[in-house]
Each structure stands twice: as C-alpha cells, then as structure tokens.
Design a protein around this ligand. Structure first.
Ligand code: FES
Ligand code: FES
Length: 165
C-alpha cells in the first residue's frame, strides 16, 4: 500500500483529519472520504467546472488538486450554502430563473457565483460571462444562468442594504 499522508482541513466550518494516499484528488477526498457528494465530477481535466469549490476564498477546480495540497485550507462546498430560510439567495435565484435542469453542473455554477459576487457585488454581464466562461452546462443554454446570477446579485445587494439599515 502506498504511504499514507495526514490531511487536516476545514470544510464548511467543520474540521476534518484523514489519512490518505498522496495521489487522491481533492474532489475524491470530499466525496469519498468526507461523504460530501454535492461537489460533482465531470471531466476530471479542469474543463467543465462541475467540481468547483471555494478554497481559502478562491474558486478552484477540485479535480485538478490533490487533497494533500489542501492541507490546512479552509474549504467551502455547495453543502455549506444556506440562508435565513434554508436556501442561500444564490440558490433561490437559480430556482426562480430556471438556471438548472438536470442539475449536474449546478454546484459548480453556484460556487463560481459565490466567488464572483464576493468580488463584484454588482457585476456587469461581461463580468458574469467572464467568471462563468469556464463552467459548462449541457442543458440550459446559459441565458437562464445569466439571469440567475443577475438576480442572485440583486438579492445579495438587497440583503446587504437591509443589514446596513
Ligand atoms: S470535473 Fe473538474 S473541471 Fe470538470
Ligand atoms: S443543468 Fe444539466 S448540465 Fe447544466
């Protein structure tokens, strides 16, 4: 058996420690070691974006990273999204604007949108296209995803305005 390495990291605010083989990818670690199967595996080559998660505040493709490279990191996955009434405003927006059909690509789009709206609370259409350009969807035709992200930004801005009052 290959030599095992210890990985300690935090996912959605919870600390984990596991002994793993050094060749294990981060997406396999999340899905198989931690049981967090909300992060999907599509191409496994960094092309489709289905495996996108947030690592230390930045969107990354978890199929392109080894789990040992995330030692000490703070990760956020789709399971960590929530809002006052259950769903996160970004999730609500994708539902309201029909930004998904089969849902396979959706966790990646949601997490990419988390990063986008964190960096650009009021993004232009060009900002949205650039941010989402690396995420592939075989169902929706993208227009409804654009509308979902616009609505998500509006919801988050409205929430921030209420909090500031
Ligand atoms: S599965 Fe990671 S980019 Fe496609
Ligand atoms: S909703 Fe099916 S691949 Fe995007």
């Amino acid at each position: 058996m290959a030599q095992q390495h210890t990985v300690r990291l935090s996912v959605n605010g919870k600390a984990y420690e596991r002994e793993i083989e050094p060749r294990m990818t981060l997406v396999d670690f999340l899905r198989h070691e931690l049981g967090l199967t909300g992060t999907h595996v599509g191409c496994e080559h960094g092309v489709c974006g289905a495996c996108t998660i947030i690592k230390d505040g930045k969107a990354v493709r978890s199929c392109l990273m080894l789990a040992v490279q995330a030692d000490g990191a703070e990760l956020q996955t789709v399971e960590g999204l929530h809002g006052d009434n259950g769903l996160h405003p970004i999730q609500e927006a994708f539902i309201e604007k029909h930004g998904l059909q089969c849902g396979f690509c959706t966790p990646g789009f949601l997490m990419t949108t988390v990063e986008l709206l964190g960096d650009h609370p009021d993004p232009s259409d060009e900002d949205i296209r650039e941010a989402l350009g690396g995420n592939l969807c075989r169902c929706t035709g993208y227009q409804s995803i654009m509308e979902s992200v616009r609505l998500a930004g509006a919801k988050l801005r409205a929430g921030a305005a209420v909090q500031a009052d």
